[in-house]
Each structure stands twice: as C-alpha cells, then as structure tokens.
Design a binder for this molecule. Structure first.
Ligand SMILES: *Cc1c(COP(=O)(O)O)cnc(C)c1O
Length: 422
C-alpha cells in the first residue's frame, strides 16, 4: 500500500496530502521543511487546527452558557494556543507552567480552568493572583486551602468540585480517570456532604461540579453514563439548597489513529450532551484536547538505516520515543508514510535510535517501502506529541513548525546539545 493510497481514504478536508508524489502540509512540501529546519521536526497545520477547533465549537456552542477550554497539556505550543484563543477557546491547565503559557498566549484569565490533582499552594496563589475563571477542586482539603488563600486576598475563588463518577471509560488503563480506584476527583457518594461543607467557606464561590473520565474515548456510552450520574448529583445538590450554575463535562473525545478507526464525531457528541443535559439549567464547560489538536500535527523524520532483523527489517528513523512517547507509553499506533509516495510496500519494524527496546513505533507493519535517507512521517501527532517530549539519551528537543497556507514558521526551537548541557 502506498502513502497516497492510504491517505485517499481519509475523510474531510486534507491538510496533509500528496501533490505530484510528494507529501505536503497545506501548500508547503515536507521536503522543503526538512531541508530548512532538519529532522526530526513536529509540523502543525494552522488550517487543520482551525478546522478542528471550529468543528468542536460548532457542536457545542448552541448549548447554554457553553465555554470551551482547550486542554493545554495536549499541545502547549504558544503559537497553537494563540490560534485557539482567536477561535474562542480558553484554557484547561494542570500546572503553574501551563498557567504561564496560557497567559503568555493571550488567553483571557476568565477563560482559564485549573484542573490538576496536585496543585501546590504556590500554584493556587498564582492562579488567584491571575484571576482565573474556575478552579476544579480535587479533594475537600484543597477547597479549604484555596478558601483560606482567597480569603486572605479578600476574594472568593470561583470553584467546581470534581467528582469521580465511577464509570469505566473503556480506554487504555493509563488514560482512564473516572473509575473509583483512579486518583482523580472525589467519590460521587461522598460528594453531597462534602459540597455542603465546602459551600459554607467564605473564600469559595462554589458553583457546581466537574468530571473528566478519560482520554481517547471511542464510544459515547461511558460519557453518557457518567453525565447521567452527574445530572442526578446536580438535582440532589439543589434539593440540599445549593445554587448550581455550572457543570464542567471535561474532555476525552477520541480521534482515529488507524484508518479503520471509527470514533464519534463532535456533532454526535454535542447532540448527546444536548439530550442528556436538557433539564439541567446550568452553563456547560468543555475541556477538549486531543480532538482539537491531534490530527493537526505530524512528526517528520528521516530514515537513518534499514537494518536486517530476525523476522522483519528494522527501519531506524531519527525520531525516537523522546519525540513521540505514546507508542512506548501506551502501545499507541501512529500511521507511517513515506514523504515521496512510492508504488511498493514492505513489512518492517519501525524504531528510533534510543537505547530501549520500547523505542519502537510498530512491529512488522505493512508500510511504504523506504530506504536510507528517505523522509517519512508519523501521522496524528498534534496532541500529546511534542507536549510529552523529553531529552532522554541527551537528545535535543525537536523543533516545531507551524504551516499556514504557503508559509511556515518555526514556533518551538530545537534545543542544541550545548544548551542541553548548560
Ligand atoms: C487531559 C485532560 C483533558 C483533555 O483530554 P482529551 O482526551 O485530550 O480531550 C481534559 N480535562 C482534564 C481534567 C484532563 O486531565
């Protein structure tokens, strides 16, 4: 199977596509980017980002009080965040570093949501100082500390209580967050009494509840089940005398990584939310990450060696697990295509140069035939790609490039080995 044949099966507008046998990002050939910037390099398409961002917003914006906060951890690149801010997105952050990124990118403080299971006092203070719009509390003591810090500043912290609905998201165990045994949120059975106590604290402006059950969900059923439980909790809290004005439904919508993957569309998700939340009478917050940024990025790499192996040849590429950790972390799959479309295919194992057997991107896969020196890409790396990069094996962080039409800009600098040592 050739790269061209594989990509012709993709649906929707194509921002990474072949022209005269060469893979382009919008109107820029990837060969040109490799020559100008080197490899490996993360390449984002501004058009693809705008398309996915607008598609998700269109699916939920008709819902009452809808707010979309992009999960910064999926792609914290400042140019990416700026573009999303222009499309009406706020930010869902999980650390003080992400707070700084979101503010630097020009995100409105009122549109920033602070999630995160272990916020330090320093991070809470900085977020209060910045006047962010929403704190999602992960445990009762966090609410007490935040209330004290806010009271000391003469303000009330706008807050939601994150609840763990005890629903199996049916996703990879390492990215499931909504089961009873996971570390996130407070048990739904304990939530009403805890909410009663937190609502009495002067420093908190407690507005409702939040949840996020996991990532890369390929089915709406677990989300719907979790939302129904949260809906019951909203009515229970009202019966206890609380004014509930906001519910944060989290993120988690999956995207196709294999050509045959079928995932719910944002429109189907929006329709389910509209149906389930019709009687809630609250404003809704959404925290999408992957569904906005995932398909907008590829990782461009060069083949260093084609090496004989016991069962299949090894394609040793210059990208490694430090550039793209998902395969090593979760056994995740990223499609691999040659930049110059050929007619032949081969079965091979793709691996990076890092000294770990886990530094493998796919075992015995049918891929485009490549030779030493050829350029190739891993698809769908715009979310949890560069975001998870490390300098393991003293490898420099790869640069990031944003393509917009016929232009491209380096938007994240490669760290040179000298700087790495410094
Ligand atoms: C990671 C995360 C998200 C985003 O998840 P996606 O699967 O990328 O949409 C949203 N909310 C919270 C609290 C998260 O931890």
């Amino acid at each position: 199977m050739t790269g061209m044949a594989q990509d012709s099966m993709a649906t929707g507008p194509r921002f990474f596509d072949y022209r005269n046998g060469t893979l382009f990002a919008e109107d820029v050939s990837l060969t040109r980017i490799a020559e100008a910037v080197g490899t490996p390099v993360h390449v984002y398409s501004a058009g693809a980002l705008r398309h996915a961002a607008d598609e998700f917003r269109a699916a939920v914006r008709h819902l009452p009080g809808a707010r979309t906060a992009f999960a910064v951890k999926a792609n914290p690149n400042t140019a990416v965040l700026r573009l999303l801010a222009e499309r009406g997105y706020g930010a869902d952050i999980v650390s003080g570093g992400e707070l700084r990124r979101a503010l630097d990118a020009g995100m409105e403080p009122a549109g920033i949501v602070f999630s995160g299971v272990g916020k330090t006092d320093r991070e809470l203070s900085d977020a209060l100082e910045a006047r962010i719009g929403q704190f999602n509390l992960e445990l009762e003591e966090e609410g007490e500390v935040l209330a004290r810090l806010a009271h000391g500043r003469g303000v009330r912290a706008p807050s939601l209580l994150r609840v763990n609905p005890d629903v199996d998201a049916g996703t990879h165990g390492k990215i499931s967050t909504g089961k009873r045994e996971n570390k996130f949120g407070v048990a739904i059975a304990e939530a009403p009494a805890m909410y009663d106590r937190l609502a009495q604290l002067d420093g908190l402006d407690l507005r409702g509840v939040a949840l996020h059950i996991g990532s890369q969900l390929s089915d709406l059923a677990p989300l719907e089940a979790a939302y129904r439980r949260i809906g019951e909790l909203v009515f229970e809290l009202r019966r206890r005398g609380h004014t509930i004005t906001r519910v944060d439904l989290g993120g988690g919508l999956g995207i196709p990584y294999h050509l045959q993957d079928r995932v719910p569309s944002p429109a189907a998700y929006g329709a389910m939310v509209a149906r389930v939340t019709r009687e809630w009478n609250v404003g809704l917050t959404f925290e999408p990450g992957r569904v906005v940024a995932g398909a907008a990025g590829i990782l461009l790499t060069r083949v260093i060696w084609v090496k004989l192996g016991a069962t299949h040849p090894f394609i040793i590429v210059d990208a490694a697990m430090n550039d793209l950790a998902r395969p090593a972390l979760y056994g995740a799959h990223h499609r691999f295509s040659a930049v110059s479309a050929g007619r032949e295919s081969m079965e091979a194992t793709i691996a990076g140069p890092v000294c770990e057997t886990g530094d493998t991107f796919g075992v015995g896969q049918a891929i485009d035939r490549v030779r030493r020196g050829d350029l190739a890409v891993f698809h769908t790396t715009g979310a949890y790609g560069a975001a998870m990069a490390s300098s393991y094996n003293c490898r420099p962080l790869s640069p990031q490039v944003l393509v917009d039409g016929a232009d491209f800009t380096v938007v994240g600098d490669r760290m040179l080995p000298a700087e790495l040592v410094a």
